[in-house]
Design a protein around this ligand. Structure first.
Ligand code: COA
Length: 156
């Protein structure tokens, strides 16, 4: 159950996912489907939220998502996800998506997304989660940016 308010660090729940792009993931041009990338983003983000609160979570919001470079059949997609903000029951995860080209030894960032999850109980009601302890200036800056955005939206 996600009931404790004891704080946890960003590093404790940060997660990575690696995917090889297979034929079933691609469109007729051989580029990965946007919907497939969104699915991977949602999954790795949910893993971060689950690791933070140790209970079931649901996706409540995904912000704007741009695809800046194609990821092609046979390439390796790498998703890096970490918490940037935690409220009372909600957890905002920043997911960076990269494409790796091992023969060339290069890595390009293709997308960034912010996904918010809410911890729920067995009846689907939102429940409190552990707070977030930020331990570096970049983590503090991201937390404060999210807090400011939420205040502007009337959510904090
Ligand atoms: C998630 C859910 C249980 C929240 O219900 P609720 O508790 O009545 O909602 P609240 O308005 O009290 O919001 C709960 C938290 O989510 C946050 N939140 C709600 N909507 C949000 C949004 N669009 N963006 C960011 N945060 C949001 C609130 O700010 C609040 O955060 P806090 O507790 O950290 O301060 C309910 O909206 C739900 O079941 N949604 C469907 C989830 C789902 O099925 N997802 C799968 C994709 S279809």
């Amino acid at each position: 159950m996600a009931v404790s308010r004891a704080e946890k660090t960003v590093a404790e729940s940060a997660s990575e996912m690696v995917q090889v792009v297979l034929p079933n993931d691609t469109n007729p041009l051989g580029n990965v489907l946007g919907g497939r990338v969104m699915h991977w983003i949602d999954l790795v983000g949910a893993i971060v939220a689950y690791r933070h609160c140790h209970g079931p979570v649901v996706t409540v919001s995904i912000d704007r998502l741009d695809f800046r470079h194609p990821i092609k059949l046979g390439e390796i997609a790498l998703l890096k996800a970490r918490l940037v903000y935690v409220g009372r029951t909600s957890m905002e995860v920043l997911v960076d998506v990269f494409v790796d080209d091992p023969p060339a030894g290069t890595r390009k960032q293709t997308s960034t997304a912010r996904v918010t999850y809410v911890a729920i109980d067995k009846k689907g009601r939102s429940v409190p989660v552990p707070g977030l302890r930020v331990t570096s200036d970049p983590e503090r800056r991201l937390f404060e940016e999210s807090l400011a955005r939420r205040r502007a939206e009337g959510r904090a």
